[in-house]
Write a protein that binds this ligand. Sequence first.
Ligand SMILES: [Zn+2]
Length: 580
Amino acid sequence: MTTDKRFERTLVTSALPYANGHIHLGHIAGAYLPADIYVRYKRLRGERVLYVGGSDEYGVPITLTALKEGVTPQDVIDRYHNAHAAAFAALGISYDIYGRTSWPLHIDTTQAFFSKLNEGGYVEKQTMELWYSEQSQRFLPDRYVKGTCPKCGFEDASGDECENCGAQYSAQELKSPRANIPGDNSTPVLRDSAHWFLRLPAFADALKTWLDSHPEWRANVRGIAYGWVNDLRARCITRDTDWGVPIPLECEDIAGKRIYVWFDAPIGYVTNTRQWAIDTYGDESRWLEWWKDTGTRLIHFIGKDNVPFHAVIFPAMLLGQGDYVLADNVIGNEYLNVFNRETGKSEKGSKSRGNMITVRWMLSKVSPDALRYYLCANAPETKDAAFDWDEFAARYNGELCDVVGNFVHRSLTMTVKNFDNQVPTPGPLDDDDNALLAFLPQQVDAVAEALDTFHFRLAVERFIEIGRRANQYFDTKAPWVTRKTDLERTATTLYVCCQVVRALCNTSAPFFPNAAAVLADVIGVTLPKGGPDGGPDGWNAAKELLPSGAPLKQPVVLFPKLDKDQIAEWAEAHARGEAQ
Ligand SMILES: [Zn+2]
């Protein structure tokens, strides 16, 4: 079979979303939906799999939002953490734990990481020149200072990074700096400040060996990772802020400083696994096998902007601990942009443009399954994709509704009506029957093969193909005609159709959990839940036949069609900036 038997368990992470804005469709297409489909698939197979996520709650942008709104950073993270958790739950993103980096346990995990790296000689102190506001008597990290980008001349660039051209630079390179704090736009001065750096070059050889051992990774991830590994520099891991994990050192220099958010965020995966072990078993030691036993297969799902952190920096931090597993794959997706119907072009989703579509807004209009279908079928796997309302309507209505939903509904309706709410008893099978029955297990394996290799678009396409073949068969066999002339032939046709429905039911579960649950109830099959401890194999059960006489309930519409006028209204609301 396609599943890798070297591993006893799979640990899946999705990038921790930042608790400073709502989850939008671009996030989902990149780091969350593919991970959830993969995890649900593994659970259905009965394999041991744990899915860990959480909110990223420290860092300068959060304190700046709090300052601007006149609330506390805690208020900001509570608001967005709760909103994130609700949006994920509504879409069916099925974390085993959705944690928070503001949890006290996270201070412990992060400080242990820092201390271990420090003991290993991987942390060094450097003095840097940083912007300091004499008016506010504080250093100005990141977005606390604005100025002109030294590379492109953009006048609203942050202290160390330009949002316009993506350039990164050191503070003193910023031109025409000004403080960016409510009530303080003064011109800052450069002042010395002591900070701690992670000595990334010390890990260059180990990182290279590890990357070399994974030629199967996506080209975009490998390209970015090698680019970084070939040019590693020490990276600052502390910041002048009071919103973050305290630095576990005993010296005066740490006053007013915290561990920087990029360092602690990925450690959140470990913290949340620890918390999950406590919550689930009352035994914290149960987290250890997931991170330290070589039988664990660790897989990170991220957007491509996160590749350096998950394919270089976090692995270096793990190597510095000495006893952690490294990722077996890093699935870095490209971006989901937004198609602008007025200009006919795709553009980046952005808050300031007002063109983003949040999950909470979208799910007030369409079902989770409809959204999951479009975002999977149009996933930005190897190149950027764009959300387009016309395409959304065409694909959901024309593929999921018309091909799969329609087949299931018409074949089950006819079966229930003509064969006493039971799977009929077939007569002799002809070539068409045998061909379709032989196709089903092959196609179930083909969907599995695509999922095992992280080709989610292909996987859902192969799933739809089951429906296409079944519709051709149904039209050829025309049971609505044979019903009047040849009841045995009709029974055989609908018996075969019931087997297709069974295969569709189990294989749809990773993609469309709501529809799968409804259909499973109609045809009387059980979809095992699975989880971190494993369970029975409900994936290969898709290849088993429903026996003649098995009871069937009245079918319901699995994928209701969306009305064209309604979609046009939503598209206009989106264009007016109401989808935030
Ligand atoms: Zn720039």
